[in-house]
Design a protein around this ligand. Sequence first.
Ligand SMILES: *Cc1c(COP(=O)(O)O)cnc(C)c1O
Length: 426
Amino acid sequence: MNKLYTLEHARALDREDSLAPFREEFLIKDPSLIYLDGNSLGRLPLKAEEHMERAIREQWGENLIRSWNEHWYTQSEQLGKQIARIIGAHPDEVIISDSTSVNLYKLAYGALQLMEGRTEIISDDMNFPSDLYIIQGLIKQLGARHSLRLLNSPDGISADMRELSRLVNHNIALITLSHVAYKSSYLYDMEQVTELAHAKGALVLWDLSHSVGVVPVNLNGAGADLAVGCTYKYLNGGPGSPAFLYVKRELQERLENPIQGWFGDLNPFDFHLHYRESEGIRKFLAGTPPVISISGLEPALDLILDAGMDRIRQKSESQSEYLLSLVRELLSDKGIGVGSPVLSERRGSHISLKHKEAYRICKALSDPEVGDGVVIPDFREPNNIRLGISPLYTSYEEIYRAIMQLNEIITNELYEKYALTRDRVT
Ligand SMILES: *Cc1c(COP(=O)(O)O)cnc(C)c1O
């Protein structure tokens, strides 16, 4: 076989990789486990483990309620400032709060109130279902005065920008899209979409869940209005770590938060009977933040900031190209198709491979009885094998081994022995 497609070559690429040392910052108990699912749940940073242990033992255990004044009350804003550096926002435009779904609800509600009189919302058919459910629910609650129109992807992989520009008119209140599509990995040109929207006076709300921490984002540079995103994927904040939201400075005063809880009040500890909204980004909070869950986030964000978004993106693109070249070399005539954009600049950091037996292939990849080790991808209906590349800990050797294993499974039809019934979480 061509020398480029050998284990030695993969190892040489790892030796040349300036981000390789970051892998040691993560808990990797079993080095033979190939984890390609960092786009769903990032690995555990060792410092996050320490930090969370201290938050439990010292802040909760010893300091008890005093920790509110010492750490907890301002934590959501402090960490928001860190995230702001990763997504090209001003430090006072981002705050940690709730889940992505709830944040999307809050900001979409605010946007529709602000755009009173306009009745259309645009999203696309590649969007994460929760985002669409939230908008559908919101429309119902606002008296069914709005309609949601979905931009249809011609191939399920990419968006048709010309079609989008045809859809945008002066009746559009809001365009809400995932910056990177969760299945195909299509990456929208944030600047272009924002310009299109603003030209007709509409607002844009971005979901950064699949781009934050792995694709450079410049919200201020693009003139973005609103954004939300989650912290447990490429940011490695831990399962269920709370999400963040961004509201551009100019909109903060005018945008209403539909959930007027005490944490969004000017001074929650006044306990007065009428809500007075907090100034700035804090007004988008609702209730008590999940302090312990937030505490893993600080060291996790430090890792991203230390590595730098440019280096992270460079490695992500290089590893994606490497993965695709292996697929082309070994698998192109074996029923595998690529379900992600061909152009690197239009792709996030995961690659979807399509195969009619995708579900059972994913089962075989993660079965320790098959091949030399366990490979964890994830499966997305109806026929996608998603392989997530998380440059802080994914190695070239892992990508090489994963594709070799995939090749063996497909060539020898090793998936045949698995049942077709789906697990509850895939
Ligand atoms: C992961 C993800 C979410 C998650 O939403 P939660 O409310 O935090 O569960 C939302 N939107 C997109 C695009 C995602 O990728």
